[in-house]
Design a protein around this ligand. Sequence first.
Ligand code: X8Z
Ligand code: ZN
Length: 604
Amino acid sequence: MKQLVLFLGLLFLTQGLCQNDNNKKKSVSNNQLKRLLILLQIVVEENENSDQSLIPWLKDANEKLRKIHENEAYMEFQYETDINDENAQKLNDAGVKAAEVIKIVVSEARRLLRDNPDVDGDAKRQLQRMALDDTPLDSNLVSQLQKIHSDLESIYAKAVIKKDGKTFRMEPELSQIMAKSRDLDELKWAWQGWRDVTGPQMKNLYKELVRITNTSAVENGYTGGRKETWLLNQFGSTENLKNQFQNLWRELKPMYQLLHAFVRKRLKSFYRNKYPGYIFPDDGTIPAHLLGNMWAQQWNNILDVVKPFPNVKTPDVDTALKHRYPKPKDLFQLAEDFYTSIGLYKMTPKFWNGSMIVRPDDREVQCHASAIKMCTEINKDYLETIHHEMGHIEYFMAYRNQPEVYRDGANCGFHEAIGDTIALSVMTRKHLKTIKLIPNKKSFNEHEMDMNFLMEEALSKVAFLPYGYLIDKWRWDVFSGRIKPEDYNKSWWNMRIHYQGVSPPVSRSEQDFDPGAKFHIPADSPYICYFFQFYETLCKESGHSGPLHTAMLELGASKPWPDTLEMFTGSREINAKSIIQYFRPLMTWLKNQVSENEIGWQDN
Ligand code: X8Z
Ligand code: ZN
């Protein structure tokens, strides 16, 4: 009965799902109906399959885990928003305390799985998720590992370059230079300087981190070491996953290569013009400091150089933002308005009062954005990041009623993709007009404007793809021992060249540890999660994703992720179709701008 009500309710709500400009309602499509049926099936199965006898134990274990996770998350927030030895120690203590509880829950869960071979359904899934753990068994080792983590984070957070009595931090000074400067010396200085003050200090700590995490994984019974537990943690299986990613990348590569060829051509002529005699690499790679970003991961900041139609003016959203939304908090409110307009949650008073929105000037903090802390500046990049981060919070809120083991994304890619999918709708020209960030008038050159707009999107999304793939590809090889510590930097650059086609502007050696210049390496935070992007929303244009998506978010990690994906997109596999379709008009245009022999680069 409950299911029927839910089903009818959803069907009813869905009727009003996609409203176009004229407020005409579209009927429910077959595709939507199919997805609703999948949801219905999931709900029915859940109730039929539960093994009642284990329920009290699971309830208790979930509650224990919830408490320690909450405490750890709180201590982590305290540390990251006030980096000092005392807070590091508190975080360390919380980690050790948590490990003691986890150890008991994990071994009990493993025993229950062994003793109850017939258990299935939801109870089995919960037990399996609890049993999946690679925390060191020895509390000294837990503490040692925790110390390595906080030391690495602290090196990254505190890193600055000093010059002529001035201090340059990553946010905002260095990221601004990388984005705005077109001065080769200055770009090289910032690029190299940042790597000098991060990686080398981290290299030995990182080696230890790899050693300890691998040892603990094996100790916990995972013969594949840390790599195995990482993949299991993020995707619930290791099966075929690496092949899936590889196939995905293979599908996406032609699009990237086309963009790469065009961007290289424009950059080359731009810098040759500006600096007669400047030698551009002749192997086809692009120097990594010319792409508008410290890591060459997103290239939207060099739109001015690579715009398809340079004479068509791009509306200055940054300036409009500064006028209309002068305070960082205004940007968060703008994002919240959008989320609530599509039926998602308002932020809580705790969010508004407790989170860190700007960089405080009386203490050291970790500025790399997370759901509840950012060093916001008023510009379009941060507006996107705010939507990204708020997407995490919306997901947290949606699955809050799940048992602790399920309070997570269907897989980590879902968590990363939610906010970006929303931002995709927010950043359309149509919506930017609605919120008065660009002038609301029809121009005579809509096609050129569209093409320029699509280029900006491609510079941020398509350019990102190989980067999103290679970071963890490098780490999988590091954890598996295929890459030895003495080859860390060399192998890193092999991959950067191979996948991204970017090369270092100054020569590198094993004294350097360039992976450490990227936040997620010292933070030991998975990266393949960002490789996922959802390009299918129910009503992409207006962003009205509706109750079906809310229902999907509420599931959290309670179902195998292909089930959840099917509900969301209609397909059980991650595929490249929609992103390719989204960028097709631009790719068609690009094909006429570069010839076959201008595509690609020399690999090592
Ligand atoms: O790290 C992030 C978010 C926090 S989850 C700000 N992102 C990746 C990065 O900055 O490298 C979002 C885009 C990719
Ligand atoms: Zn994120």
